[in-house]
Ligand binder design. Sequence first.
Ligand SMILES: [Zn+2]
Length: 385
Amino acid sequence: MEGRRELLKTLLGSIFMSSIPYQALARKRAVIYRIRYSNTTDRTRLVLDCKGEVDRKNIKEHLSGKVLWLDIRNTGAVRKLTRRIKSPLVSEVKVIPITSSRTKVKVTFKESHKFKIFGLRSCGSKPFRIVIDVFPEFVPISCQVRKFPKRIVVLDPGHGGKDPGAVWPPRSKHPKIREKDITLSIALKVRKYLRKSPDIKVVMTRTRDTYVPLLKRAEIAAKSCADAFVSIHADSMPNYPQWSGVTVFKASPSLFAKAQRTAKEVAKRVKLCSDVMCWSISPLLINMATTVTFAESSRLARYIVDNLKAQVNDDLINGIKDMHRNIVVLKTPGRPAVLIESGFLTNSLDRRRLTKRWYQEEIAKGIARGIEEYLNSLNKVAFVR
Ligand SMILES: [Zn+2]
């Protein structure tokens, strides 16, 4: 009898352990011992490495302005940990031990952001991790009740500062031509033309030779409640020196489909360890764009291309193309966005033209008129954001 009972206990135990081992392990006190972080184009990931597992129900979170507090029970910390975070979204993370089995975590955001918390099981050499993903607030509610009478456009001169973009000669340490200078020069000229219109407010992602991370640019667009976002670049195609001219890119629907899969990606990436993701809250909140944005981005691109053709020699305008690369600035939901490649540094004619003031003026005039016509059209058509 005793033997059978033992066997039954063992059997039950093994079934219990194999189906929900996490809950069984979580009873032991965990200890947070390290803060790590990483940045990608559309989020900042904060990671708290733990010895032992942390049960989701032991974490209470509280967002107060720009500070996110986690109060974690049954979890200690090796000592007080502080980490400054180099990110456009987060400035600091602190792990503060309250008692040996209670810890507070203070995450200081730069603005109020959306976040998602989940736990990752230890896998190979990786310990158990509490992960806090922070996303920029792409569509502030204030935009929906905006009473601002002007239409707003964000001009985004590509690259800047430590990031020169494409250079000529290629890979040169002291290049004669840098994409970042051309983009800024054209964008400032576009602003000059748009400023003549009293109904348009221009916001720039940079006005000097400074480095602005992509996420920051997308955030500037969101915060300013922009009606349109226009990013200006110059291309480089070393293998196709014959390629030349201006191309206007808009986001393709496939790009958005890709972004929508982001939530599932986390789980997929850690597939090697089965059942790795043990809990998660606030499911991915970023509301991906509706079809309205595609239609509006196409309209914006069309206005710009038509005006560029009127301004610059027709042959120099390649027209509208779908952007398939994952460009964060084209993904801002609810906001028509285009990326203009103003020419190819790898093409000798384009190279010469792009550095000339008169050519930059022509292109800028075309872009500005396109933007202006588009923004004016918004007052005529029903546009649901
Ligand atoms: Zn570029």
